[in-house]
Design a protein. Structure first.
Length: 340
């Protein structure tokens, strides 16, 4: 993983507390007016774009509620939406992403590692699934699923495969407590999501996530091999570069595009960009939605450590029968580039 750290956590917090004023360390790369409101800036650009192009649906790559997902322990009845769940959805989703071109449009979503809890596994990830039936637009019926979109008037269709790749941050309980969903340090000894068909204990956690990933591989392999759609697109949380051999095998079965997140920036990986892309797969990282600070400084004069073309933003995909146009939109609404 490409991760840039200009300063330590304490220094970065100081920059947020002072809005970039002294004693904020310059090496933190904090940009006042951007780093203190990135989600709203991206949302405003997103809404302006939606009003312009009227998207039919949105692809959402996870880490939906930063830092630790829904602040409710897993195991709530699937037919009930808890107060914390409704409050967080209202404040972070419903109250932010509304307007022309967005009302009642499906948001096809997956879970990110922070939706499970970040450094624990028993926050309210199952409530995000439940919200599918309480919402007119949120779509996440399971940790992994398939849906098809048919453009009958244009003569083509798309098969979407949504995968849970969070096994990557499900390590043995004693390892890396700050980034491990199965951490013994941060999960209570009694932690269990067995009532929601999730991990039954801290010790069972790594194996549960490994099994979840293992059961998805033959599932998506079979369905993609059977797909007759014009386009096959995979959506998951962990970024371009993980499980390269597996995604290469899916490409051989017809996968046209891999859509990912996790890294806090915007990256387009093209098959012939061998300096960055060893997968040979067209892949995008769209982790710059602004729910947390970016991977590197958003200062456009200091791009030497950027791994992509932007730190905060989103992509707009325009699909036709013959091509997919990928446009990268910066947090200020600037179209950085199109690629087909």
């Amino acid at each position: 993983m490409h991760t840039v750290q200009y300063c330590d956590h304490k220094q970065l917090v100081e920059c947020f507390n002072t809005r970039g004023q002294a004693p904020c360390a310059p090496e933190c790369g904090y940009v006042s007016g951007v780093d203190d409101q990135p989600q709203l800036l991206v949302a405003n650009a997103f809404k302006a774009r939606a009003a312009l192009v009227d998207p039919q649906y949105i692809l959402n790559v996870g880490d939906n509620f930063y830092w630790g997902g829904i602040e409710k322990t897993c195991g709530s009845p699937m037919d009930q939406i808890s107060y914390p769940t409704k409050h967080q959805f209202d404040q972070i989703f419903e109250g932010v992403y509304q307007g022309a071109g967005l009302t009642n449009k499906p948001w096809f979503s997956v879970l990110g590692n922070h939706d499970w809890g970040g450094f624990k596994f028993d926050n309210g990830w199952d409530q995000q699934i439940s919200y599918t039936w309480a919402s007119t637009r949120w779509v996440m019926p399971a940790p992994y699923y398939k849906t098809s979109v048919v453009y009958a008037d244009l003569g083509f269709d798309v098969d979407y495969f949504f995968l849970d790749s969070n096994f990557i941050d499900a390590m043995p309980p004693e390892e890396d407590p700050n980034h491990n969903m199965c951490s013994r340090k941060n999960n209570k000894p009694s932690a269990s999501c067995a009532a929601a068909d999730g991990p039954e204990s801290v010790d069972a956690c790594p194996g549960w996530f490994a099994s979840l990933w293992a059961e998805q591989q033959p599932w998506v392999t079979q369905l993609m091999g059977q797909s007759k759609a014009n386009w096959q697109i995979v959506v998951t949380h962990f970024p371009c570069g993980h499980e390269q051999d597996f995604y290469k095998s899916l490409q051989g079965l017809g996968m046209d595009l891999l859509v990912t997140g996790h890294r806090h920036d915007q990256e387009l990986w093209l098959p012939d960009d061998h300096a960055k892309n060893h997968m040979g797969v067209t892949c995008i990282v769209t982790g710059g939605g602004g729910g947390i600070t970016s991977e590197a400084t958003p200062n456009p004069e200091e791009t030497e450590d950027w791994y992509g073309e932007a730190q905060y933003g989103f992509y707009d995909l325009t699909i036709s029968k013959s091509e997919i146009l990928i446009e990268s939109i910066n947090y200020d609404g600037e179209v950085l580039f199109p690629s087909r």
